[in-house]
Design a protein around this ligand. Structure first.
Ligand code: DC
Length: 226
């Protein structure tokens, strides 16, 4: 069968700092499946809107921006993260910042912006399989996915992980500020009316607080290959 609905999907949803990004990348690699980093799409639109000087609460303008922004993922040749090109510009580093995360969270609460990104996400479903990382992968985008995981960790632990990541990149942040920002973003992502952050009813819930990356990867892989 060539229908994309026959291609297996593993959805990995959860709040920021739950380890989703790293875990999804490692699991996709182990399975030999493609990876969709849906957060990068929202970050890219937030970034493009910022570059155009748009007011992020202007739903109409930001939706037009979501419809027209060209987002391309390019495998890194240096063994590093995938590069993200936004309208031809390599915005990989800019997209990782907390500012980009906050902009993404803001524009992600606009229903028509989410709608504008649906087809792009569905197009990632190609053989031999797809690991889809996000907030609404199992609930909205791939509700028929055969495998669903919801990853979480305490806000304090997520702030600590983020702090370490940002420090390694040489960015200056404080732990307290990060935890406050993470809690604010969680609250906004969970309380929005469209596609709020919540586990799919059929998702396997994994609390990664205190767990090592390898253990989480093993648990997630066991969902696909018990
Ligand atoms: O996973 P991330 O931190 O890169 O996501 C950035 C923001 O994008 C997040 O705060 C909420 C939004 N987002 C979303 O609403 N739906 C998704 N599937 C992925 C991300």
């Amino acid at each position: 069968m060539s229908s994309s609905s026959s291609v297996p999907v593993l959805t990995i949803d959860g709040p920021s700092g739950s380890g989703k990004g790293t875990i999804s990348r490692m699991v996709a690699e182990k399975l030999g499946w493609r990876l969709l980093d849906s957060g990068a799409l929202y970050r890219a639109v937030g970034y493009a809107a910022g570059m155009e000087g748009l007011d992020l609460s202007d739903a109409e303008a930001v939706t037009r921006c979501a419809q027209t922004t060209k987002i391309r993922f390019q495998a890194a040749t240096d063994g590093n993260d995938t590069h993200v090109l936004v309208n031809g510009h390599d915005a990989t580093d800019e997209l990782r910042t907390e500012t980009a995360g906050a902009a993404a969270s803001a524009i992600a609460s606009i229903p028509s912006v989410r709608q504008a990104l649906v087809d792009m996400q569905l197009a990632f479903r190609k053989a031999p399989g797809l690991v889809a990382d996000g907030r609404d992968m199992g609930t909205v985008i791939f509700p028929d996915a055969a495998f669903k995981v919801f990853l979480t960790a305490s806000a304090a632990e997520r702030a600590k992980r983020r702090y370490k990541q940002l420090k390694e990149k040489g960015l200056s942040v404080t732990l307290a500020t990060l935890q406050r920002e993470i809690e604010a973003r969680d609250a906004r992502d969970a309380s929005r009316t469209v596609a709020p952050l919540k586990p799919a009813v059929d998702a396997v819930f994994i609390d990664t607080t205190g767990m090592g990356i390898e253990d989480v990867v093993a648990k997630v892989l066991a969902v696909v290959r018990p």
